[in-house]
Design a protein around this ligand. Sequence first.
Ligand SMILES: Cc1cc2nc3c(=O)[nH]c(=O)nc-3n(C[C@H](O)[C@H](O)[C@H](O)COP(=O)(O)OP(=O)(O)OC[C@H]3O[C@@H](n4cnc5c(N)ncnc54)[C@H](O)[C@@H]3O)c2cc1C
Length: 401
Amino acid sequence: MARLLSDAVALTERQQLVRSNIREICADFDREYWRRRADEGAYPKEFVDALADHGWMGILLPAEYGGAGMGTRETVVMMEEIAANGGGFSAAQAVHGGVYNSVPIVEYASEEIKDDLLPDVAAGETSIQAFGLTEPNAGSDSTAIETRAQKEGDEYVINGQKIWTSRVDVSDYIVLVARTTPRADVDKRTRGISMFLVDLADAHEQGALEMEPIPKSASDFVHSFELWFDDLRVPESNLIGVEGDGFYQVLDGLNEERLVIAAECIGLGRLALERAVEYATDREVFDRPIGTNQAIQHPLAEAYARLQAAKQLTYNAADRAASDEDVDLGAYANAAKFLAADAAYEAADAAVQTHGGFGIATEYDVERYFREARLTRLVPITQQLALNYIGENVLGLSRSY
Ligand SMILES: Cc1cc2nc3c(=O)[nH]c(=O)nc-3n(C[C@H](O)[C@H](O)[C@H](O)COP(=O)(O)OP(=O)(O)OC[C@H]3O[C@@H](n4cnc5c(N)ncnc54)[C@H](O)[C@@H]3O)c2cc1C
């Protein structure tokens, strides 16, 4: 079977190059590899190392730091292929932080930090896989964060709690978002928030960081943690950007990142659909392949149509992000993420149904895809919050929060 949705959009030469190289790397990691990682809950280090060896962890880093100097148009291809070639959404998530958390560093960190850190990140020798924003009382409403960073001499002292922080166990640094001014003391709730680069080995050495993994039912080999910071001392030179402007720095680039997450959902949907078509062709019941039945065929055809629509919107928006056009990228990015997550969910659900009882057997993998597809409707923002953006900013309806 030709790879599904390969011709859904016309690719540039550079995009084709990314696609063929990522497919080549993925070919060394078969279904058995991913199934074992999921069973053992073990981070796919060999896979991430292989990507790093080929320079892909630095896809977004400028060439002057040893990166590939590419942008969103190429990153959507990379991440869709990683998900589609057997690893699913979790494989993309295992890589995602390492690619994206250096973006604010490039944009806002001091020249010293950039020169020190980024060449090693591009070479895959140092990782900034973790990003800590969400707290027990601040998820969708991220300006409600309470973790405090207080200036003392030439240091910041950080106290507070984070939740759902992913990949802290496989990261050298975390990009941490904390309040330098309490919410009650700022005129706008988006102000008074700052971004810090925290060396995790140093935090452990200080005895200022405790972490507990969160037991969960999706994304088996990417772990998320609850973190407690107790008088963590961070040099003031590790402030990223301007004190108090951290929330705006988080927002910058968020839409392009959201398009890449949409592409990861599309990759997962493709994977689920390909497995379902394979099974529908091979499995015979009542002396004929089950794929002959329209009750099996139509949900798969519908999933294909939905994935194709989501892919066209995502890639079109990635093209527009790369152009000089003045477009509301938020409208595209939120619509793309919403449609892609739903399309992945429909595809994975149809794949489970197509497999009958084997739909829940780990041996066939589709149960893992289904759990991951459910997760895509929750992260990094929920479907409702994506719709809130469209309702308020595109349709001009009143704000619900
Ligand atoms: C596996 C996983 C990995 C994660 N990794 C990270 C990470 O690395 N770093 C990090 O900082 N965070 C991470 N997160 C956190 C994630 O970004 C949040 O879970 C997400 O933003 C939703 O926040 P919440 O869970 O607090 O839900 P809540 O904000 O409590 O929302 C609960 C429900 O209410 C709905 N809701 C709330 N307000 C409105 C409204 N105004 N209109 C309509 N509906 C509304 C929401 O859509 C949702 O359905 C991760 C989460 C998961 C599950």
